[in-house]
Design a protein around this ligand. Sequence first.
Ligand code: SER
Ligand code: ZN
Length: 531
Amino acid sequence: MKFKGMLILEFSKPLTEEHNGLIRHVVDELNNNILVKGATLPEEAAKVVDFRIEDGKLVLNLETGRQVRIHSAAMRIKNYVAKIFGSKLKVGVRGLTLKDTVIELDGEFSVSPKIPLIRKLLVDEGKTYVYLDVMDESVLKKPVLDRLIKLLNDKEMRAKWKGKAEHWQLIKRSREKEPLFKEDPNKIFEEIGWIKRFSIGQWIYTPPAIYLINMIKQLFLEEVVKPLGFEEVVFPKIYPPEIGLKTGHLKGTINSMLFASLPISYDISAFEELIDYMSVMNEVPQEDLRDYLRPPSYFLCFAQCEPFYQFFSGEIVDDRALPIKWFDQSGPSFRWEAGGLHGVERLIEFHRIEVVWLGKPEQVVEIRNQLLERYEHFMDKVLDLEWRWAWVTPWYLEHAGVIEKISEEINRPGTIDFEAWLPYKGSRDDAKAWLEIGNISIHGTKFTDPFKIKYSKKNVKLWTGCSGFGVERWMLVFIAQKGFDPENWPSKPREYVKKNPMPKSLLTVTYPKTKEGKELLKKIVDLYSNP
Ligand code: SER
Ligand code: ZN
């Protein structure tokens, strides 16, 4: 990696030829000292290759390497020249611009991102040349070029791997369990009226559906979350975009995020035309609506742990509070899924218990491992499911090299997906018959760095972890494997039904819709009437 460019410094008074001697001295000092600091090899440092005075300005041609990149070199030069010229000539630096900048990258890049800074990209004999627009100090003092190079490398890597699935490695699975049920509970829930479609990917859950969901939630809280000392908090469910920039979601998953806008004004008269239109036409003019809204002010809850990092942002946390173990079950998450929606299997609005923790690295790993132990007990014993766990890593984050022991391999940042078999979708050998019902992650410093969450002692960085428990999906897989009859269920859910009577199902002239639905409802309700 190399950089070339022309740095132009403008001063409070024009320079003339008489300053040549001083400039030569300054350039020597730059080349021998200032611009080589921090570089292990001369070609990795920066160098002023020549200079001239033009229209009273100082023009320096620069060539730099990877370790003192051209924007850092420009700032070092500015600071040094300002110091010397200030004391020797009593002139100050008025402005600085970098022109004709070219980044030379090794390899022939196929990607060509469209961003204002890039003028053109040329590929020639194993190299890629990135020609940049003129940059001023406001750009040079930020690590914009570093980010640009990272973006190019990331995009190139993604393009190369296009079509390859994420890395998926089975790490544990339950024994095979003979399913007690083969039908699709989604269809039955709808047919007997326990859930009713509201809009795409959204359902209204009637009391018996919530009864089943609450059973699963309560068992999870009692068997997994609370024994480990996690405590309940309430997190907001709409987030300012800056938070999504820090978590990385706006860069990684913007295609499945939902956004919300504030109205254009608090003054109702600003909406008069719109209101008049709706009054007369009795329809919502979707396109015009945009004119009455501000640009998106929020994105809707996506990962559900975002507020956890924001809470601790800028805080210095010490051992009195660590580790911090919280959970939130206060509201929905939203994910726009294109196509493939089916019952409560894939939803746009879904509910989740989000478990979050913050601590020193060894604490975060230990908590994740304690959770895994309880999760296994929950899946295997409490719900008696057929399940499997996989270590999943986006291919571009997967480290090269072979790691021998799984137990060592998973005690590091990364994600484990929990999956369960849906017998109604096919045999257990069919990948499509497995549904992700949750996950658990160690993030390392992925969030503590951008949110500036600090430990009280300098030498240790804090880590975070989170685990998402999608309640509709857990309920679905339980019924899909065990069926509706509590007689066939394992002891803990069966006890729940004994202790808690199921609420009445809705039955009206038109609801459930079909005669078959009404009959099936009666049969299912009977299963719960005398547990
Ligand atoms: N926040 C994590 C996720 O979005 C776990 O729920 O996957
Ligand atoms: Zn999370």
